[in-house]
Design a protein around this ligand. Sequence first.
Ligand SMILES: C[S@@+](CC[C@H](N)C(=O)[O-])C[C@H]1O[C@@H](n2cnc3c(N)ncnc32)[C@H](O)[C@@H]1O
Length: 296
Amino acid sequence: MAPRKPTAAAAKHLAAVADGGPKARQRAVWGLGDYHKFATESIWGFGPELVAACGISAGQRVLDVAAGSGNVAIRAAEAGAQVVASDLTPANFEAGRREARARGVELEWVEADAEALPFGDGEFDVVTSAVGAIFARRHQVVADELLRVCRPGGTIGMIAIVPSGLVVDLFKLMERSVRAALDAPMSALLWGHEDHVRELFGDRVQSLELSRKGFVLDRFGDPAEFRDYFKANHPLGVALYRDLADDPAGVAALDREFLAAVTRGMRGSVEGPRDHDAEALLIVARKRGQDPSCPS
Ligand SMILES: C[S@@+](CC[C@H](N)C(=O)[O-])C[C@H]1O[C@@H](n2cnc3c(N)ncnc32)[C@H](O)[C@@H]1O
């Protein structure tokens, strides 16, 4: 694939990263732990689900925003699309490249902020983001960018997290401990409210389908295993404990608090049941405007 020409948005992004401000801190946090391990062992089902919901097919130009290690992007490439995987955090691209190679697909990986995408207006048939763009702080700017780079009549597909139960407790813990690094993690959960999403896209979409789907993280034998796995692998889990490296009492207190939250999330029993239910909001929007592939 030919390298992309540098754009003003790309230059602005690199400057924001270089100045060590919030974007640089967010980028550093999402590169901690082993995101690819976590993704493949937990939310790897989101990729094919979003690809199917958006009807991604061979020959389409697809942009996956906040792609991580390629959960959606790689699956879109497997469906035959020409795919760009973009993310604020290039640290996870190498794992994505390996995964793509192992599956025999090729895609382009571009470092990019969801709030300033370095792509042209209407460049993509489908724009996706699974539990990714929701983490950028300015929701309206993100929605505007997703719409801008999608062609008229094209599709925008997202997966957000519905704020309930364990999810809210975990985000509260992060809000307190990694606030400076993540800017405002709790606000990511606003994307799980249907009214918020309707307002963000407004009348620039001709249709907006919103559906809730349960998902289960069922690989953990008990709440302590869940906590220890999250703490060892998930970027935000690693970030939670990072500042407490020289504070064993602080680690023990956080361990207890984390365990209490997970235990509540597993419906109140330390011994089980072993799974924890959460809900995702599947968002599929069609951008208003003439679809150039349809005769008028
Ligand atoms: C939970 S991961 C989801 C990754 C992937 N979509 C998946 O389904 O596995 C969140 C991702 O959002 C990215 N992210 C956070 N803020 C971002 C921003 N402002 N612009 C682009 N990506 C961002 C992180 O770097 C991280 O890769």
